[in-house]
Design a protein. Sequence first.
Length: 290
Amino acid sequence: MAIPLLLAAVLAVLAPALDECADCLWTEKKVTLCKRHKSGDRSTLGKAKRAIKSDEPDARLAAYELVASLTAAHANAPSPEVAEFLAQGLLDDDVTVSRGALDLMLVGQHPGAVIEGLGAAVDELGERMKRSSSSDAMEQVTLLTEEINRGSNLFRALGKFRDERALAVLASYLEQKPDNLGQVFSIEAASAALGYNSVESTELVIDTLKRIQKKKRYAAISENVCTVLSSWAEAKGGATPPPPCEELDAKDWMAWVEAQPSLTEPLGRLDTPITASIRSTESTTQVQRQ
């Protein structure tokens, strides 16, 4: 799907060269905007809140684009309120709007607020997928297909944030029972966690796989997660190959993980915005769902 022209323009404006405001501050605990930017942001947010109630998808997307552009004036102190507002669009009924909101969240916005918004969307998506199971067969297929696409994008987005808060979202998801209707993104969640390249994120995937391998009814899911884990580990190279994961021995795997020099850096909390894209990976699946 092509990016709408206005959205492309907003992303281009927000990307590399952003303005900074010496009077807007971002500390470990909070963001404090100067009087001028605080007033301007509040006014724009008020107008945008009314605009996203429109029945027209283009009007809703334009409102999200307008709010996202606020960050460009004080890029050194991105307001969490902007990311929180954009998060409302993540599950918009129109896929162009929801995808646009996600793209905008990944360009220079407050990382903590973005991660929180992505986590809330993952939770809500699971509930929506459960409710869609009561629809008639044709409608159910359509709804589930749309929601699976949304969910895959949400997890790819989480994988862009090497942050302990993002790992907590993935852990909360992977620790659910895999036969819950909402639990259909084990592949994406495991891939996102492994992409952090840390001991704790790899341990999460190993523990998840060990748990689901105990139940025969989870065989398809465990096979897929096993493939993801093996492919990731083999790509590391090194003198010692990774252990087999078909009948995973957690101790052997953790010994191998702890011997990998590239996995020594622990996760922390991002203290600068990121600019990322999930478009380069969305058409590439590491394994097929079974």
